[in-house]
Design a protein around this ligand. Structure first.
Ligand SMILES: Nc1ncnc2c1ncn2[C@@H]1O[C@H](COP(=O)(O)OP(=O)(O)O)[C@@H](O)[C@H]1O
Ligand SMILES: [Mg+2]
Length: 280
């Protein structure tokens, strides 16, 4: 009984209630509502310019909503009860300028820089930084310059910088771009482990539908507004999706891509992307 009661009285970790967000005076996210519970791994997919990054930035409170509200753990984003509990890895966060000389350990320690550290022993910081580096599997390169890492390793390093904050919610914007298949799979396993073993909540934006399907429990398809929100297993085929979006098959059945998505050869044969750009 007690469990049922507390479960029903626990507010969702993230609650987005009918938000509309403008950029440059134009609505780019319109009437979006969604709620995310603790421990969920939610994937957000959709076409380029569909508003995915904008939605994440509104959840963080970096962009104001023209209409509607966002609540994080029942509070306004950026309010003090929320501080430090939501971490964001922005799009292209791993594209660090090549002239910045920084080791992995130094980069990860930056994640602690906006925390109240003055009463914390320095040793504690060292342990937490090393712990985050170990979680993402970069212990062996902890003292290496980040500019000497592979794309996948750099991506892990910026994720470690987010993890060291001990945030309960991780918002990841296109973390898989530029990763080879092996690093992508190990990053997805790592993220899945955070949800299952540490009860972290992950919202990950990606145009890599195959990757999202393989890891997220739930998929949201965003194109200005939410066109699909449900279990990954129920995500519609690309044809059904095109119908949802009101797009006709311009290839008239002659294209080579069968099934639900098309292969993006730039990213290797394993990377299947939402075949949206092609239709536009
Ligand atoms: N700083 C900005 N100023 C004006 N318009 C923007 C800005 N950033 C993004 N946009 C526009 O907002 C829309 C949504 O962009 P974005 O949220 O980045 O989409 P996605 O992440 O899905 O590719 C696009 O039309 C984009 O051109
Ligand atoms: Mg984006």
């Amino acid at each position: 009984m007690a469990t049922a009661l507390s479960a029903s009285s626990t507010p969702p970790l993230l609650e987005v209630d009918n938000i509309t967000v403008h950029r440059g005076g134009v609505p780019v996210v319109r009437n979006v509502s969604l709620s995310v519970q603790q421990g969920e791994f939610v994937g957000i997919v959709g076409p380029n310019g569909g508003g995915k990054s904008t939605l994440l930035q509104s959840i963080l409170g970096l962009l104001a909503c023209h209409q509607g509200t966002v609540r994080t753990m029942g509070h306004a984003p950026l309010s003090s009860p929320v501080r430090g509990r939501v971490a964001w890895v922005s799009q292209a966060a791993a594209n660090l300028p090549s002239n910045v000389r920084l080791t992995v350990r130094e980069l990860v320690r930056l994640g602690l820089s906006n925390h109240r550290t003055w009463f914390r022993p320095f040793n504690r910081d060292v342990q937490e930084v090393d712990g985050a580096i170990e979680l993402v599997g970069l212990t062996e390169v902890a003292d290496r310059d980040v500019s000497h890492l592979s794309g996948g390793q750099r991506q892990r390093a910026v994720i470690a910088r987010a993890l060291v904050t001990k945030a309960e919610v991780l918002l990841l914007d296109e973390p898989l771009v530029g990763m080879d298949r092996a690093s992508r799979n190990s990053l997805l396993r790592l993220l899945d482990g955070f949800c299952h073993d540490e009860n972290k909540t992950i919202v990950m934006v990606s145009h890599d539908l195959a990757a999202i399907r393989q890891s997220a429990h739930r998929i949201i398809y965003l194109e200005q507004t939410v066109r699909f929100d449900g279990p990954s297993s129920e995500f519609p085929s690309l044809e059904a999706l095109a119908e949802l979006r009101g797009i006709e098959d311009v290839h008239d059945g002659h294209h080579h891509d069968h099934g639900e998505a098309h292969c993006n050869h730039d990213h290797g044969p394993s990377s299947v992307t939402v075949g949206i750009q092609e239709a536009e």
